[in-house]
Design a protein around this ligand. Structure first.
Ligand SMILES: *Cc1c(COP(=O)(O)O)cnc(C)c1O
Length: 393
């Protein structure tokens, strides 16, 4: 099918909930994609931070195929090797105690929220269930995670939302203290607000939040759905902030393109959710877990150092453009936000796409770059050349 045929089917038969780019992707290799009309693009999206190993990765595809030919799914009524192996590598590498596997970021955050509320219920009884999240955050699209998201425009239409969320300004302990109270059980945050505009939190602030949480026996919940699994140049971003979460969620990059996610708890919280308290039919699916094992085996210290190095190269390359459209560059590793001025971020994204470079947007005025973590120097430099043509001084 060509682009027009696919688009016609989409319009006729698919709920129109997405503002899609006017391109149908056909296939890819590494960090390069081709559309149905045969045009090539350098990819700085990874399918929104998912395809950490790029496209058509042989080891990844083979692991999925091999597992599919053994057993593709069997449910959590049985043990299987792939999820057990993945958990045994993921938890120690993250400095956490135990893992729950689900399928998506929102679902992972739901589990994290349930853990915080039950931890508090078990210890203090009812009435201590409020969770403080940050303004401009994003935590997902379920009724609960929409309410956890600290952006008012996500709180329309779908009433009644889950109660018990309050919002504090990022990087302000004063604002956090103003939301404190006897009813609070946790603070939940992204260390780099992704959808909100690629805004890294200040390290001192994050450490002060962690201290306050420890003092009040609030759980520190870190949403690493976007920042996790190597994206920022360490396995998890909190490893660069000098804090240890009580619970951390992950999803996007974990299985390199299969729907997979989950959360990990520390030792203190590992028994909060017991038999029958939580579950997921597809969670820990053997094919997705087999893919996750390939992703995790790739994340060696040397590989993560390369992610950090490629991120520096990309940020420096963008700064060197001296583009009149760039108001600032933020981010860590291969999670980069470029502040856009003099043109809308969507217009700039469209011009870059036209020129052969796929980028994302975030917040009100940010171009968001999440290239596959395996992107080569050559592909990075080709992306920068396209940026120079479209955005250069
Ligand atoms: C994408 C994202 C989510 C939601 O993940 P889904 O898989 O779309 O449910 C939650 N939190 C953060 C920080 C995200 O970036």
């Amino acid at each position: 099918m060509n682009f027009a045929e696919i688009k016609a089917l989409d319009e006729a038969y698919v709920l129109q909930t997405y503002g899609r780019n006017q391109v149908a992707i056909d296939h890819g290799r590494g960090a390069t994609l081709w559309d149905t009309e045969g045009k090539a693009y350098i990819d700085f999206t990874s399918g929104i931070g998912v395809c950490s190993l790029g496209y058509a990765n042989e080891a990844w595809a083979k692991a999925i195929y091999d597992q599919a030919m053994k057993v593709g799914h069997i449910s959590n009524l049985f043990y299987t090797e792939p999820y057990a192996r993945l958990a045994s590598k993921l938890a120690p590498a993250a400095g956490m105690a135990a893992v729950f596997f689900g399928n998506s970021g929102a679902e992972a955050n739901e589990g994290m929220i349930k853990t915080a509320r039950k931890y508090s219920y078990d210890k203090y009884g009812q009435g201590r269930s409020a969770i403080i999240t940050l303004r401009n955050s994003f935590h997902g699209r379920t009724i609960t995670t929409l309410k956890a998201t600290g952006q008012d425009h996500f709180h329309d239409f779908f009433f009644p939302f889950t109660e018990g969320f309050r919002y504090a300004e990022a990087n302000s302990m004063e604002s956090l203290e103003a939301q404190a109270g006897d009813d609070v059980c946790a603070v939940m945050l992204e260390l780099i607000q992704g959808e909100g505009g690629v805004n890294p939190l200040e390290r001192d602030y994050v450490q002060a939040v962690a201290e306050l949480c420890a003092q009040r026996d609030w759980l520190l919940l870190v949403d690493e759905v976007q920042t996790g699994v190597g994206r920022t140049g360490t396995l998890f971003a909190y490893q660069q902030f000098g804090v240890k979460p009580d619970v951390v969620s992950f999803a996007k990059g974990i299985a390199g393109g299969l729907p997979f996610g989950g959360f990990m708890t520390n030792e203190k919280c590992r028994r909060v959710l017991g038999s029958g308290d939580h579950g997921s039919t597809f969670g820990g699916n053997p094919m997705a877990a087999a893919a996750g094992n390939v992703v995790l085996d790739t994340m060696t210290p040397a590989f993560l150092e390369q992610v950090a190095e490629k991120g520096r190269r990309l940020r420096e390359g963008i700064a060197a453009l001296k583009s009149p459209y760039v108001s600032g560059i933020r981010g860590m590793g291969l999670m980069i936000g470029v502040g856009v001025q003099g043109i809308t971020h969507k217009e700039l994204r469209d011009r870059l796409m036209e020129a052969g470079l796929l980028c994302l947007t975030a917040g009100k005025d940010t171009l968001r770059l999440l290239p596959p973590l395996v992107i080569t120097r050559e592909e990075l430099d080709r992306g920068l050349e396209i940026m120079a043509r479209v955005m250069g001084a």
